[in-house]
Structure formats: C-alpha cells, structure tokens
Design a protein around this ligand. Structure first.
Ligand code: ATR
Length: 278
C-alpha cells in the first residue's frame, strides 16, 4: 500500500474570501471543492476584518506574497478597488472589485460578477438570445452595475428601472452605450427577453404582465427560488437562480487566484445541501 501524498505542504498557496459578515459565505465550499478535485497544494479560507484598517493589513499580506488572491464582498468592494494598483475595465466601471490578485507586490482588481451572470444565464436559460434584445435590470447598485456592463457587452439593450432615478442615470452614464433609464416599469418590461432582479429588497413586479418567453433571473439565492422566481415559474416562464451567478463568478476568480482553470466539477449539489435546499 502506498502512502497518499500530503496535499497541503509548506508550499501551500492561500486564497480567501473577505467580507463582514462572512461566516455564511459559500465561496470556501466552492473553491475548496475545486482545489480538492485538482489535488492542488492550496487552501481557500475566509477573513472578516473588523474594520478598514484590518482590511488594509490583509492587502499588505497579499503584497508581501503571503496570500495569492482574495474574493471581496460587502462592505469592502469599493475599498478593494481603491487600494489596487491596476484594475480591469469591469472593475473601473463599477469602481468596485470582487477580486484582488497579488503578484510581485502588485494588486490587480477585477470584477467577475458580470461574467458570472452571463455564465448563469447560458447554463440555465441556454435558449436566451441577448444580442439586439431588451433586458430589464431592476436596480442601480453595485450588483446592477456589473450586470449592466456585462449585458450591454453581450449586445443587449439594457433598460434600468430603479427607485432613485439619479442613481440609474449615473449608472447609464458610466456604462455608456446600450444602457438607458426607464422610469416606468410597465413600459420597460414590454418586449423584454430578460428581467434581472438586482435589488436588495423584493421587487414589486407582477409576472402576469411579462411577455410570454421572458426569462426571469434573480441575483438573490437565499432562498434559491425567491418569490419572484416561484411566481415566474408558476406562469411557465424560464427562470435563472442567483446560485448559478455565484458559481459563475467563482470560476474566473479561481483561475486568477490559483493560475489554473477551475475543474469541471459540479459544486451545486454540495451547496444546495448547505443551503438546506435538498
Ligand atoms: P448592491 O451592491 O447589492 O447592489 P446597493 O448598492 O445597496 O446593493 O443597491 C441596492 C439596490 O436595491 C438599489 O437599486 C436600491 O435602490 P436605490 O438606488 O433607490 O436605493 C434598491 N433598493 C433597496 N431597497 C429598496 C426598496 N425598499 N425599494 C426599492 N428599491 C430598493
């Protein structure tokens, strides 16, 4: 019998998710499942800095080469972006980052949420055509910014509907072509190929008024099937859940942090178990 090769050695590479609160983050489950499947000498942990100063210390650990990369969540996304030396176009657009990668003392920021959204859509609504078709985006916060840029980049005509009009206008201005502000929800949903909820509160949307064939996506994944998705499904519409986006953003994050593509391992069953959904 051969002794199994130890997976974690003194050469271990460390990635982490950082936010506050963080105890319920699903990112460690996703990344460690991939690390294990690949047999990498790596670990993905979680940090919850009590304040901004502690977050900055974490970045300094990265600069020193002690951490390979960080996924960042609330309330540190804007600070993460501001502390980076270079940033991707998508991070600049939202002035926030969900990913920091440390190499040679430098900090590079990126936002993989938009890519995650597109991956979730193609996985759960494979027939959806975005190019040249209208998408209604409910919300104008950080999550909506990442989504708007990705959807406009995919050729969709993005219609922003938001309680605070000025915020929607600022988003449309920043993202630029392909994004417009729609003060009236009923008008915005007419002819929409897709409606995406990026609000931090339940949307007031009557799915009975959506066109037949409109795909409905909710970025929230607790619960997995939100009241919006349940109502859409009852009406016979295709739905896309927020978990597909979470897993979708983790793939490019993993590759950037550990320099190897995420393996083709479905982490969804393990996460559904954790969420109490099975
Ligand atoms: P995130 O980074 O998750 O997008 P955010 O930046 O706080 O969070 O954005 C929250 C979004 O939900 C915004 O679009 C916000 O609308 P405003 O721009 O008008 O604040 C929206 N939102 C939050 N609570 C809401 C409520 N009770 N009714 C309607 N919209 C709400």
């Amino acid at each position: 019998m051969t002794t199994p090769r130890p997976r974690i050695t003194g050469a271990v590479r460390v990635g982490a998710v950082v936010g506050r609160p963080i105890a319920h983050s699903l990112s460690p489950v996703i990344h460690n499942a991939w690390i294990e499947a690949l047999g990498l000498d790596a670990a993905y942990v979680a940090f919850s800095p009590p304040d901004e100063a502690s977050f900055r210390e974490l970045i300094n650990l990265g600069r020193s080469g002690l951490i390979s990369g960080l996924n960042v969540t609330a309330p540190f996304k804007e600070l993460a972006f501001s502390l980076s030396d270079e940033s991707s176009d998508t991070a600049r657009l939202s002035a926030s980052a969900n990913l920091l990668v440390f190499r040679d003392g430098q900090v590079r920021s990126d936002s993989t949420d938009g890519l995650g959204l597109l991956r979730g859509l193609s996985e759960q609504a494979p027939g959806l055509v975005l190019k040249g078709r209208p998408t209604v985006l409910l919300g104008a916060g950080g999550a909506a910014r990442a989504a708007a840029a990705a959807l406009a980049g995919a050729g969709s005509e993005v219609r922003i509907v938001n309680r605070t009009l000025e915020r929607a206008e600022a988003l449309a201005r920043d993202v630029g072509s392909g994004v417009s502000v729609w003060p009236n929800l009923a008008e915005a949903i007419s002819g929409a190929a897709l409606v995406v909820n990026a609000l931090s509160a339940p949307p007031e949307l009557d799915v009975a008024r959506l066109d037949e064939g409109t795909v409905v996506m909710d970025m929230t994944y607790k619960p997995l099937i939100t009241p919006l998705l349940a109502a859409a499904r009852d009406r016979g519409l295709s739905v896309v859940d927020g978990l597909s986006m979470l897993i979708g953003q983790a793939g490019p994050s993993f590759e950037a942090i550990f320099d190897i593509p995420a393996p083709d391992v479905d982490v969804r069953p393990a996460i559904l178990g954790m969420l109490g959904e099975v």
